[in-house]
Design a protein around this ligand. Structure first.
Ligand code: BGP
Length: 491
């Protein structure tokens, strides 16, 4: 039997994609609340020329599904019991930063927000599920971007430390696994959401806030996030020595293959991996800003952030306990192709060896072996336990005439990926657990829609916002349950 005895089996979601109740009990908007999908070009803010600042500006013609999402805020008991029914011994969700510190810069936390998570975490524990908590899953309070410019401002480190210590004190002894920032390595390609960086001083073109974000601000944000990550590790270890802190990377970019053995393609593929993933993961594991990042700063001196010796020492001394990541797909690098990206990872050329992909318009290629490659690569590079905290496939599904959903494609995807996890463990890799992304249908992060469904549990809600929110079990639910119950033997 390959899967270790205490293997963590479960699923992962994020507050902003399922809780709804976006302004309830004192919560204020966060960065994803104002967008219909993080891939949107419209970030939901507008420049006020009189005040010389950005303000929230929602489009009345758009459906912001995340505002109600699947109403987990009021239905979490029912949903958690459905998860427990599959035998989950672990469940990942995020704490919405803006429920605890609505604007982000308050001194005292919002007790109402904490109470919700008290109940949620207690319920998980009651059902035998280890809570895995993301501290910010694309959920920086909007106020911190519009007033402070987000993570490029060192004040955010102070606000974050306050938030982190409130969480560690409150959930001491209850939460053993903390993840800092969801897919924070996506910040070079999506600075507004993944990095929560916004240029607020004389933006080049205020009508295009995302395009106006400067490289200088992004690199300062990168550095400040590394400092905040190190503070998180330090505070957690001091307050609750039994708890562990991991980072969270979108790791699909590591499975970037060169199109040919032309050294240009091979080196280009390596550079893609580096600037997609390693530039962020390396310093969190090794405690040093990588030489290739410093080389880039040397070539572009204005990118060099303001750094302090004590903070660099902090980064050195407070490295993460484990790495965690999402994996959805692989990609193919060719020197003549522009490598663009989305929530699935990097898109390059089509891979003729891969036979399946998720349906149009998403069309993410299915590459289970890419996951084995990724796990092995991380094992060799980082020598740390690994936690796969997101893997899954989004399908467009409707109930059949009998009110059921048969989803053999999802079952195949699950089995094939788990088989590769098993092989990676046999290769000698240290994998702590596997979490399916979106075990219940949630609002898509990338496109803000309901139509892209990942769940083993269906939720009756649609892109135009209508639906009863009723939950229904899909056939794949029973297969995952069987796999979990046998600790992966019945794969
Ligand atoms: C990851 C995010 C998740 C999630 C997933 C699937 O990037 O961490 O929040 O939603 O991708 O992406 P999507 O919802 O766009 O299909």
């Amino acid at each position: 039997m390959s899967f270790p005895k205490k293997f963590l089996w479960g699923g992962a979601v994020a507050a902003n994609q399922l809780e709804g109740a976006w302004l309830e009990d004192g919560k204020q908007p966060n960065v994803t609340d104002i967008m219909v999908g993080i891939g949107s070009k419209d970030p939901g803010i507008q420049w006020n020329p009189d005040l010389k600042k950005y303000e929230m500006h929602l489009d009345p013609n758009k459906a912001y599904l995340s505002h109600e999402a699947i109403d987990f805020y009021h239905r979490y008991k029912e949903d958690l019991s459905l998860m427990a029914g599959m035998g989950f011994n672990c469940f990942r969700t995020s704490i919405a930063w803006g429920r605890i510190f609505p604007n982000g810069d308050e001194e005292k936390p919002n007790e109402k927000g904490l109470e919700f998570y008290d109940h949620l975490i207690d319920e998980m524990l009651r059902l035998g599920m280890e809570p895995v908590i993301t501290m910010s899953h694309y959920e920086t309070p909007l106020h911190l971007l519009t007033e402070y410019g987000g993570w490029s401002n060192p004040k955010l480190i102070t606000f974050w430390k306050n938030y982190a210590s409130v969480l560690f004190h409150r959930y001491k002894g209850k939460v053993k696994y903390w993840l800092t920032f969801n897919e924070v390595n996506a910040m070079l390609r999506n600075p507004f959401v993944a990095g929560s960086v916004l240029t607020i001083k004389n933006p080049k073109d205020p009508s295009d806030p995302i395009g106006s974000t400067t490289k200088e601000d992004i690199w300062q944000g990168y550095y400040n996030i590394l400092v905040a990550n190190a503070w998180t590790v330090k505070l957690c270890h001091e307050i609750d020595p039994n708890a562990k802190v991991g980072n969270m990377m979108t790791a699909s970019g590591v499975a970037t293959y060169p199109e040919t053995c032309n050294p240009d393609d091979v080196f280009g593929a390596y550079q893609t991996q580096r600037w997609a993933v390693y530039y962020m993961c390396d310093p969190m594991v090794f405690g040093e800003i990588p030489s290739y990042v410093k080389a880039l700063w040397k070539k572009n001196p204005s990118y060099t952030p303001e750094m302090h010796a004590d903070e660099l020492q902090l980064i050195k001394e407070n490295t993460i306990d484990f790495i965690s990541y999402s994996y959805y797909r692989s990609s193919v690098y060719a020197s003549d192709v522009n490598m663009v990206s989305n929530t699935g990872g990097i898109k390059g050329k089509d891979n003729p060896y891969l036979k399946e992909c998720s349906p149009q318009p998403w069309a993410w290629p299915v590459d289970p072996k890419g996951l084995r490659l990724l796990i092995n690569t991380f094992e060799d590079r980082y020598h740390l336990p690994q936690f796969i905290v997101e893997n899954g496939i989004g399908l467009d599904e409707n109930l059949d005439e009998n009110g059921k959903i048969d989803d053999p494609f999802r079952v195949r995807y699950l089995e094939q990926h788990l088989k590769q996890v098993e092989l990676a463990i046999e290769d000698g890799c240290h994998v702590m657990g596997y979490l399916w992304w979106g075990p219940i249908d949630v609002v898509s992060a990338g496109t803000g829609e309901m139509k892209k469904r990942y769940g083993f549990v269906y939720v009756d809600r649609f892109n135009d916002g209508h639906g009863t929110l009723e939950r229904k079990i899909k056939n794949s639910y029973y297969r995952y349950k069987e796999i979990i119950e046998s600790n992966g033997e019945k794969l």
